[in-house]
Design a protein around this ligand. Sequence first.
Ligand code: NA7
Length: 538
Amino acid sequence: MSAPQAPDVENCDVLVVGAGFAGIYTVIKARSAGLDVRGVEAGSDVGGTWYWNRYPGARCDVESIDYSYSFDEELQREWVWSERFAAQPEIRAYIAHVADKYDVRPHFRFDERVTTARFDESSARWQVETDTGTRMSARHLVLATGSLSAPHLPDIPGVDSFAGEVLMTAAWPEGPVDVSGKRVGVIGTGSSGIQSVPILAESASHLTVFQRSANYTVPASNRPFGEDDQVAIQENYAARRATSWASSAGSPHVSHPQEIWDLDEQARLEALEQRWQEGGVLFAKTFPNQTIDPAVNDIAREFAEAKIRSIVRDPQVAEDLIPTDHPIGTKRICTDDGYYATFNRDNVSLVNLRRTPIVEVTPEGIRTEDGLVELDVLVFATGFDAMTGAVTRIDIVGPRGESIADAWADGPVTYLGMTVPGFPNLFALNGPGSPSVLANMVLTAEQQVNWMVDLITHCDGAGHTVVEPRRDAANAWFDHVNQAAAATLFPKANSWYMGANIDGKTRVFMPYIGGFKRYLDLCDEARDGGYAGFVLGS
Ligand code: NA7
C-alpha cells in the first residue's frame, strides 16, 4: 500500500503516536486489516499513562476487570487481576503482556517523540519527524497521545531555585524513591495528589499539602480478589461486558432505580451510604440526575461533606478540605485510600492556598503569605493540559498551512471526537468530543480504533486517498457536545474538562457527555450513512 518515498524516510500506511491502550490496539487492529502500521513512543516501553505515572499510590479509579481490553476472549480469560482496582505496576504489566502476546513492540520506535507532522497534499501523506531526527511518511496519522499526558508545571516564581529534590507525579522516576526522614511538600490535590499523600505521609518526617482547590474524594474500597472472585468474574464477564457496551459510561454500574424524590430522608441516606461503602467515582452517580439537578446534587454533596467532618479531627482542617467551588461530581471524584484520615497524623499539615497563597519557591522550600515552609522534597501533582495538550504540543500543520494548535485556539473542534476539519487522514483518539474521559477509556479506544480502521478500509476499497471531515459536520458535532454539557452541572466547575486549569486556554467543555452508548450509536450511524460527514477524495 505504501508509496515509495526518499530512502531515508520510513514509510507506512498508518503511523500511530503513543503506545498506551489506544496505540497498542491500533497496531493490533490495523495490522489485522492488512495495513502496514508503525508507531512512535516517547517512553522507553509500552504503557502510556501507566508508563509515566509511577507515583506511590497510583491506581486506576475504574475497576480492573472493566479497565481492560475486551477484543479477545482468550486474553480476557488468561489475565488474572489481583485486586478490584489495579495499581499502576499491575496495569503496566498487563499492557506489557498484551504487547508481548500480539507482538506489538517491533512496530514501535521507543524513546522518540514526534515533533512535527506536515500533510503533503501532492502525495496525500503525512510527513513526520521525531526529536531524534527520524523521518517517517504515512498515509494516515493516528494520535493515540492520551488525554492526560501533557504534564502541567505551574509557573510559580522561583520554581527553579529549589535546592532539594523535585518530583512530578506525572513523570515519577523508575525505581524506589525514599522520602523517609525528609520534609516533603506536595502541590496539588487532584487524583494524583490525593492518592500519593497517604503513602508519602507514612515515611516523610513531615508532609505539607499545598491545596489550592479542595476536591471530593471517596474511599476506593479496594480489595484483593480471591479464588471465588476469579470464578465469578469469568462466569459473569460476558454479561458484564454486554452491560458496559450498552451503558451510558462504559461500565456495568447503574444509578439507584428510584428518583431521590421518591425516597424518604432515611432511604436517601442509606442509598448514599451504600454507594460510599462500594467506593470510588460511582458515588457521583448514586442517583439519576445527580450531576444535572442542583437540588439532588446538594443532598449528595452534604452527605460527602458530613463524612469529611466525621473523619478529620481538626474542624478547621475539615472545613479547608471541603470544596467550595463546584457541585460534587462535576470535577472527577477522586478515589482514595485513607486521604482524609491522613490529616489526623501529627506529621501532616494542610496549607490552604486560598487563604495563604504561595509567594515564591525558594532554595529552602515554599514561602506562602504565612511564611516559609522548609522542604527537602517538592512534589508537583499539578495535573495536565488535558485532552488537547498532547496534540497541540506537536507541530501539526494541515494542507492549507493551518496548525492544529491554531485551529483549536477557540476550543477543539472535532467530528465524532476523532477527526479534525482541515486535517485530512488524521485521527485523534480518545480526544476532545469523545466520551473517553467520562467513560471507560479502554472500551472507547477499542470502539474508536475499530471505527477508524473500518473507515480507512472503506476508503482503500473505494480508491479514496484522502478523507477529511466536513466543517459543517464538525461544527454540528461541536455544538452537540456543548449542548450535552450545558444540560448538566459540569460546566459550573473550573475543571480540566473545561480547560480551566491552564492559563489562557479557551474554556469549553471538551468531552462528550451525551452518553457512551449514544456515542457508539452516532458513530455507527455515521458509518452506515456512507460517511456523509466526510469529504472523500483522491
Ligand atoms: P488534576 O486533577 O488536574 O489536579 C491538579 C491539582 O494541582 C489541582 O489540585 C490543582 O488545583 C493543582 N494545581 C495546579 N496548578 C497549581 C498551582 N499553580 N498552585 C497550586 N495548585 C495547583 O490532576 P491529577 O494528576 O491529580 O489528576 C488528573 C486525572 O487523572 C484525574 O482527574 C483522574 O481522572 C486521573 P486547582 O484545582 O487547579 O485549583
